[in-house]
Structure formats: C-alpha cells, structure tokens
Design a binder for this molecule. Structure first.
Ligand SMILES: *Cc1c(COP(=O)(O)O)cnc(C)c1O
Length: 384
C-alpha cells in the first residue's frame, strides 16, 4: 500500500473537518439556510483579508480573480506595470496583453525580489501608468516580494496596487486596510484549505472608484454586480455551494487558531524546511527573500536529471511536491509548507527527500535534514 501525502503549493490538503462538509447534501442557494452560511463566510473573509471591504467570491480558480481585476479596473489603452518574478508575475503581463493594455514589465532573475528603487524609477518615467501588478509570494520561485514598499510606491504615484496573494494570504501578514493595498486576491486551493474552484478579490475604495469608469469588455466577472449581490448574501451566478460550505468550516478553523498563531506557524514550518535543506547541503533559490509558503531548492549539480526528484518522491513514495516550471524545469524542486500543514508534514517531506536523493546517488547522511527540522521545532518550543 502506498499512502499519499500532498505537499504541493496548490492544491493543498483539505482538513478532515472540511472534507466531511464537502460531502454533505447541498442546499439550494436561494434559501435562508444557505444565506446564513454565506453571511458567516463574508464576515470571516473580511477578518482574514484584514479589511472592512466586501471580499468577492468568484467561481473560478485564482487566475479568474486576476482576470477580473484587470477587466474591471481599466479603460481601453490604459498602461499598467507588472512585476515578473516568475510564472505568476508573467501571468499579469499576459492578462494585460490579452486586454490590449500597454504593459510595462519589470522582469526579475528567478528567485530575486523586486528592488523598490527600480520600480520607483519606472513609475517616475511613466507617471501615466494606472496600476502596479505583482505577487506577494511568487510561487514558481519561492520568493517573497516587498509588498509594503510596492504599495507605498503605488500610492505615491497615484497608481493602484494590485496584489496576487494567492500563496500569501493566510500565510503571512498582509493587512489590506492598514497598508492600503488596493486589490488583494487569493484562491481556494491554497492557504484557504479547500479544493480548487473559488477565487477571492477585495477592492479598496480607490479601486471600486476605478471600476466606475472602466470600459474593458467583461460579462461573467462583473465585480460591481457581484458586490451588489454579495450584500444580499447572494451571488450574480450560481455559487459553488459546496465549496462555500467547506470554506465556512476552514475559516472557522483559522479563527480558532488565531491570525497571529497562523502566521507564526507558517513562519516556523518555513524555517524548519529551510534549515533542513541547508543541512543536507542544498541551496535555496531565493536566498535573500524566501517565501514562508513554499521553498524552492536548487537541484544539486551532481544530479543530471532534476525532474527525477519530484517524480520519484511521488511515484515511489506517494509524496507529491512540485518541480520547476518553464526555464526552471529540472533545475529546482519546491517543498510547500502552508495551509493544512504541521510539524510532521515537514519531517515527512524531508525524510522522503533524503531517501530519494540517496537513491539518485547524491551523498546523504540519513536524518541530517530531518534532524535540522526537529531541532528547529524543539528550539522554537512552540507546540502545535
Ligand atoms: C496558484 C497560483 C495562482 C493561480 O493559479 P490557478 O491555477 O488559477 O488557481 C496565481 N498566482 C499564484 C502566485 C499562485 O500560487
């Protein structure tokens, strides 16, 4: 028998409490029964987004909310700035181009965080740009971006800050209202701990104002229409009823844990993972600004075919991690440590990695990585 472990940066494992609810018979969505659940979810989404704004739920994956942000904020021919630190930053560029906007892209070397001075200079050169699109955590490289600095620059130049926080929200602190983030986005199959199919987007007053004059083509992702519907505990179209019921439970779990404890847990799991791979003599791709959601590790030069690491871990041992994408394919592998994840997901992932590295001929003293993770936990003293 092969037991499966899901340690990927999306989809992430679904807690048992949530899975039990996903299997329940579904109520009709135009009923007081569902509206009660919807109202609780709305309230708790505001809590996790740290905003007084409405958090709009769209039936789509995270990319749907990115698409919705662009479709609802701009006018034909507008100019936007995108920060491309990897596959997901590149997605902002592609969406902007699909809507035929003028896209000014800052392309970063893989794993490198944005230098705010570079952004400031580009904004000064193009003060007519309407918005800055970026990732809080670039999942493809495991890099955390300087969110607060980007938001401050956007404010200074009177541009909107549009933040893809799909592997950041619920992982580390992103106080939307306090920092003045204009658009904050996440998806269901990441730190929200439910299956794929829901996307979330919250807009500041400034961003809602921009939707009034926007004139790009849209139909399904109509945010002002959704806002009006949400206020009556409804959605413009049929909602993903089961997912919203599951979300109600996962948000309750997050509230029970508490927002500070939630962020502290992710910081500890990330630290343990980084210490483990370093103890194994491996190098982290994003050395200066690693993400607390996912750790991207360079394949050691001694191993010719880096794709074999995630493949063997999954096929032989049932441990699903992520490989590299596009130019990073075969060059990195990514260990995820967010969502429904605890101490022993980390040690499981690292122990499997040790076995597979050894099988592939990389010298490993068994227990070195696991030991470093355990030491990190013991030292922190924080019990789950
Ligand atoms: C997962 C992810 C997305 C969205 O991908 P979907 O497949 O549409 O859910 C976007 N941005 C980041 C940073 C992600 O990690």
């Amino acid at each position: 028998m092969k037991k499966n472990y899901l340690l990927s940066p999306g989809p992430t494992p679904v807690p048992e409490r949530v899975a039990a609810i996903l299997g329940q018979p579904i109520p009709h969505h135009r009923t007081p029964e569902f509206e009660k659940i919807f109202a609780e979810v709305r309230e708790n989404l505001r809590w996790i987004f740290q905003t007084k704004q409405e958090v709009i739920m769209l039936t789509a994956t995270g990319t749907g909310a990115m698409d919705a942000a662009v479709a609802n904020l701009f006018r034909r021919g507008d100019k936007i700035i995108t920060i491309n630190g990897g596959k997901f930053g590149e997605r902002w560029t592609k969406i902007g181009q699909a809507f035929e906007l003028g896209v000014l892209e800052i392309k970063l070397p893989p794993g490198e965080a944005l230098d705010p001075a570079v952004l400031r200079a580009l904004c000064a050169e193009h003060p007519d740009a309407k918005a800055i699109h970026f990732q809080a955590s670039e999942t493809s490289t495991g890099c955390q971006m300087p969110v607060k600095a980007i938001v401050d620059i956007a404010k200074h130049f009177n541009m909107l800050s549009v933040c893809d926080a799909i592997t950041a929200l619920g992982v580390f602190n992103l106080p939307m209202d306090e920092w003045g983030i204009d658009v904050l986005i996440t998806g269901s199959q990441k730190a929200m701990m439910i299956p794929p199919g829901l996307a979330f987007i919250a807009l500041s007053d400034r961003a809602w104002a921009a939707t009034k004059s926007a004139n790009l083509p849209k139909f399904y992702f109509d945010l002002p229409k959704e806002l009006a519907a949400h206020k009556t505990n409804q959605t413009a179209w049929t909602p993903a009823i089961s997912l919203i019921m599951g979300l109600n439970e996962s948000l309750r779990m997050m509230k029970e844990e508490g927002i500070d404890a939630l962020f502290a847990r992710h910081a500890l799991l990330a630290e343990a993972t980084r210490n483990a791979v370093k103890a194994l003599g491996l190098e982290i791709l994003s050395k200066k600004s690693p993400s607390n959601a996912v750790t991207a590790v360079l394949v050691p030069p001694s191993l010719k075919d880096g794709k074999k690491i995630p493949k063997l871990m999954r096929d032989t041992y049932g441990v699903t991690i992520a490989g590299g994408q596009d130019e990073l394919e075969g060059k990195i592998f990514r260990l995820s440590h967010f969502g429904y994840c605890g101490h022993f997901d980390i040690t499981t992932g690292i122990s499997c990695l040790e076995l597979v590295l050894a099988e592939l001929g990389h010298p490993v003293t068994f227990g070195t990585g696991v030991g470093a993770a355990l030491k990190t936990f013991a030292h922190a003293g924080k019990k789950p």
